[in-house]
Design a binder for this molecule. Structure first.
Ligand SMILES: CC(C)(COP(=O)(O)OP(=O)(O)OC[C@H]1O[C@@H](n2cnc3c(N)ncnc32)[C@H](O)[C@@H]1OP(=O)(O)O)[C@@H](O)C(=O)NCCC(=O)NCCS
Length: 223
């Protein structure tokens, strides 16, 4: 009997969609690329609540000190969207989106993809929500929809990723609750791998999900 062995062939590296998705929706929110006119709203969303984002988001300590800072940041987000794999973009920005309340138009949260790994067709996502809007399921709704646009094929307006992962400080109870609520798989607990203001060396936890585990039409794990 002859057994034919087939060697898996590595697919070509992932390439960014061109043009990238600039706008998608969840039931309550419009999730879209920032525009220059969003600078005052972005400044307000961070500056008015700065202490509520630290120590988890170190950039909230140092950035968005003025509307002009936020405008410069938006310029960088937009430059990154156009060239996300440039190392200076990919490590920090990649694709950055604001989350706007459909009812009020207010900027209430943020998300995106960065640390894109073309060889592995992977990306990392994350989230923040304004403290006056927390515990309303916003991060959960936005993460679910962001994963769906991440996995949707590029020919259907998505990113075409194969795997998406999320990392949070182990001490960040609120952030840990979001992937947990979507039932994502915990993949790691790294000991003391990050420095957090006021806490020192801190553990990280990671979760991931693969495209074939995700129900795109329902924005949740397949049953
Ligand atoms: C983490 C964060 C985005 C959560 O946003 P949110 O919209 O309030 O989250 P959700 O309402 O979707 O909560 C999902 C689950 O997480 C858990 N959770 C959220 N906030 C929590 C809190 N303060 N304490 C305990 N559990 C919490 C709960 O299990 C919650 O489900 P439940 O409300 O049904 O019990 C928000 O707290 C935040 O912006 N924090 C500061 C920035 C940050 O830490 N970003 C993440 C960096 S990795």
């Amino acid at each position: 009997m002859i057994t034919l062995m087939t060697t898996p062939q590595q697919p070509a590296p992932w390439t960014p969609p061109s043009p990238p998705p600039v706008r998608f929706e969840s039931p309550r929110f419009t999730i879209r690329a920032y525009e220059p006119s969003d600078a005052p709203a972005l400044f307000h969303a961070i500056d008015a609540f700065r202490e509520s984002y630290v120590p988890w988001l170190p950039w909230a300590r140092s950035q968005h000190k003025t509307i002009a800072d936020s405008a410069a940041c938006i310029d960088r987000f937009r430059a990154s969207m156009a060239n996300p794999l440039a190392p200076e973009n990919n490590a920090v920005f990649g694709f950055v989106y604001g989350v706007f309340d459909k009812a009020s138009g207010e900027l209430i949260a943020g998300t995106g993809f960065n640390r894109l790994a073309p060889e592995w067709h992977n990306a990392e996502t994350g989230y923040w929500v304004r403290p006056d809007r927390r515990r309303q399921g916003i991060a959960t709704e936005v993460l679910a929809r962001t994963i769906s646009i991440g996995f949707a094929p590029q020919c259907q307006g998505g990113f075409g990723f194969r795997r998406i992962h999320i990392f949070a400080a182990a001490a960040n109870t609120a952030s840990r609750g979001v992937p947990a609520r979507l039932g994502l798989r915990q993949i790691m607990h790294a000991r003391q791998d990050r420095w957090l203001e006021g806490l020192g060396w801190s553990d990280s936890i990671g979760w991931d999900v693969l495209a074939d585990e995700w129900d795109l039409s329902r924005s949740r794990l397949r049953a």
